[in-house]
Each structure stands twice: as C-alpha cells, then as structure tokens.
Design a protein around this ligand. Sequence first.
Ligand SMILES: C[S@@+](CC[C@H](N)C(=O)[O-])C[C@H]1O[C@@H](n2cnc3c(N)ncnc32)[C@H](O)[C@@H]1O
Length: 261
Amino acid sequence: MSSLQNAMRVIEQDQAEPGAPGRDAVAAAVDEVVRATAAAYTAQSSSYEQARESQPWKWDEYLTSTLLKRVRARVAEGKLPLGTATRWRLLDVGAGYGRDVLRFAGEPDIEPVALENADGFVQYLRRAQDEGRIGPDGVVVTDMRDLGSIETGRFHSVRVHATLHHLPLVSYGLGADAAVSGFRRVLAPGGVLYVLVKAGSGVNVIDTGEGLGGRFFQLFTPDLLRQLLERHSFSVVQMEEAVEPRSSGDVDWLFALAVAE
Ligand SMILES: C[S@@+](CC[C@H](N)C(=O)[O-])C[C@H]1O[C@@H](n2cnc3c(N)ncnc32)[C@H](O)[C@@H]1O
C-alpha cells in the first residue's frame, strides 16, 4: 500500500471516529497528503498551465468580479479600512503558475501576493518576479497551514481558489482547520475570504484528467464549509454551487464569500 493510501486510511478513520487514530498519526497523514500534492503539481506544472489556459470558464470571471465588488464596496462604506495603504492587499493562496495574481496586478487598487508551496509553480512565480511582473514582496513560499511569516491583519482579502480541498477535515485543529485559522489571523477585521472548493462528500484521490495523476481531495457540502468558516470567526455572506462541464467529466464546485468578524 502506498504512503498516500495509508494516509487516506488514517484520515477516513479519523473522519468516521474523530480522534481515534491519535494526534501523531493524523498529523503524519496530513503531512503526507501535502507532500504528495506538492509533488504531483511540481511534476506536472507545465501541463497544468496548458489545461487551465485551454479551458477557461466564464464562472471563474464571475467569481472574481463578485470578490472585487464585495471588497471595493466594503472599503467604500468604511467597513474595511485600508489605514495607510494606498491599495488593498490580496493574498492568493495556491496561486499555481500565477495567472490570477498577474490579472489582479493589472487592477489599479490591488496589491496581490501569491502563496505557493509546489516547487514547480514557485519557479514560474519567481520568473514573473525576475521579469518585474510580480513585485519583490509578491511571492510567499509556504504551506497554507503555516502563515507564520505573515503579520497579523496584513491582508484585506484572502482568495483560496481550488486549493483548500487539498487538505482534509480532521480533528486536533490540523488540516483544513489549521489553514482557515491562519487565513483569519492574516485578514484585517472586516476583510473578505473567498473560497472555491470541489463539492461533494468524503475524501478521495481523483484524477482530473489534466495529466496530473491522482491527487487528494476533500469534498465539501455547503454545511461542512459553513461550519469550518464559522468556527474560525467568519460570517458567510454568499454561497453558490455550479457545475463545470469539462472534457474529462463535469466538476461540481462550491463557492463561499465570508467576512472576518
Ligand atoms: C487546483 S490548483 C489551483 C491553482 C490556481 N489557484 C488556479 O486556479 O489555477 C491548487 C493549487 O494549490 C496549491 N496547493 C495545494 N496544497 C497546498 C498547500 N498545502 N499549501 C500551499 N499551496 C498548496 C497547489 O500547488 C496548486 O497550485
């Protein structure tokens, strides 16, 4: 049995009977999922870029404009003060090869920062930095469970697009809870969290047919996502579901916008 299969077994056991495998076993299983996910994206970073560029989806642009409208309205209404900043700061978690960060950099009022842990994608982001397309402070290389290098309240928005579902929902505050706790800490009060995850239930190793092989996914029901966000002091202000038609098969998505209380 592979290490990832072993990790899956521990995670499924923990989800069926929270805490039963013990903290060390759950922590090791989550670490294995993160390692395997980063290795898969690193091995296939260029084919991932090709798949994304060849299959753009209109809903993505709708979600982006929904986020921008919400943040801009909160800034204009005084619900999200920028302090001395001249632009609002957006952290793009799991930025991949940087497509969206580069798009946000073209907006006059946004200072985007890419966060990534897969070496293959980090190389793309560093190249964009060397070419001056991303600013000198525009790339943070870390696991989304560890935002310790980022100061508290630094960002006005945190965007987690198709990334959080690579961490399992497990006990002991590990996995997805560790990440969401960090998102809340680095957001300024009144800041906006954007989350897009695959919809469904349970955990799975799915091959999305993009040449990436099998990757770990935690699937989310609306209730599970809402509970996760609310236990870290977020108020959900919008939730939507959609089905993306892909040549490899339809994908169910769940989107949420939440405000840091
Ligand atoms: C499905 S891709 C989405 C990439 C990009 N947001 C997009 O929509 O094109 C998931 C991204 O999350 C990153 N990721 C997965 N687990 C991560 C972790 N623990 N910490 C940081 N990034 C992670 C992957 O390396 C990958 O870039």
